[in-house]
Design a binder for this molecule. Sequence first.
Ligand code: ZN
Length: 400
Amino acid sequence: MNRLTDAIDARRDELIALTQDLIRIPTLNPPGRNYREICDYLQARLAPQGWRCEMIRATGTPGDSDRWPRWNIVARRPGARRGDCVHFNSHHDVVEVGHGWTRDPFGGELDGDRIYGRGACDMKGGLAASIIAAEAFVATHPDHAGQIEISATADEESGGYGGVAYLAGQGAFAHVDHVIIPEPLHKDRICLGHRGVWWAEIETQGRIAHGSMPFLGDCAVRHMGAVLAEMEARLWPLLAGKQTEMPVIPEGARSSTLNINAIHGGAAEQAADYTGLPTPCVPDRCRIVIDRRFLIEEDLAEVKAEVTALLERVRAQRPGFRYEVRDLFEVVPSMTDREAPVVRTTAAAIQRVLGREADYVVSPGTYDQKHIDRIGKLGTASPMGPACWTWRISPMNGSA
Ligand SMILES: [Zn+2]
């Protein structure tokens, strides 16, 4: 073990250089820039060392096109003898840069003991760390048992359908026994899983009329107001009272939560090049997008039934109230057992290297573990059919 940690320490400069190189390939998502370039870079590094590299395009997945192909790489190093297959997975995409940077977001600048750039933390640093660790392990244990794999995958930031979900659907994890995803949740923490997600669009319906005579129409925005009032009065207090045993961080996310991600109703927002007044209409449609995060103790059907019951209560009180609920996206909660071999081994490594007990946490959001858990079926040793994910985003615009 000391040989291994010494070998990793000896690669400190190489780890910094690799992280910088990865940051300097701007793999922005959307739209999915330079996915092939980063996979080519990794292949050029790993293949000459004996890693068998496979480039996989997630053809036909959301966002995939000839202009913006969803490329992934899986590098495999077979063991000298049979043993468990350990797979390190990192996503190679990064989110938009935003404003206000004081450094070049794709410069990968090293200043003191920090590297600056988009993705330095999430998660090109983790990708680089897993590569250096695997290389150091192979160098010190050339006749290791079991296969080691490193994947760099697309689109985690937009749901993972062009990345891990696709690979899992192709059976890429069927022979894998353990997966380590070095997402940035601190080096002394082990993230066991994440809460569940249900996104849905709720639409209230009314009748259009001239704004000067609202009594001739039926205002969908007022109906939505009644829905929101019912949420304030009954739903949010109910959700706040549901607490989980999952060690979610931050602690505020240890209860069920619901966010209104968007609201649209009535006339569309005016184009920037239009300088006239809006027109007066009674809105006949109003839509909200809800983002419900649920706990491992909850059932998705119950989560949905709660919202339906709320809408039915409003309907009973309001003449003419009509609504529709459309599912957009759903993810069931995922949590690895604390006693799983990969968790116990990682905890022991944290104790040995950092000299402290590992913290066990659960992410408030989701990441690619969901696909490995639900589609990947670790260790089933037979390829699965195509992934059967739930994915449907209906166009949202401001018009009624
Ligand atoms: Zn990430």
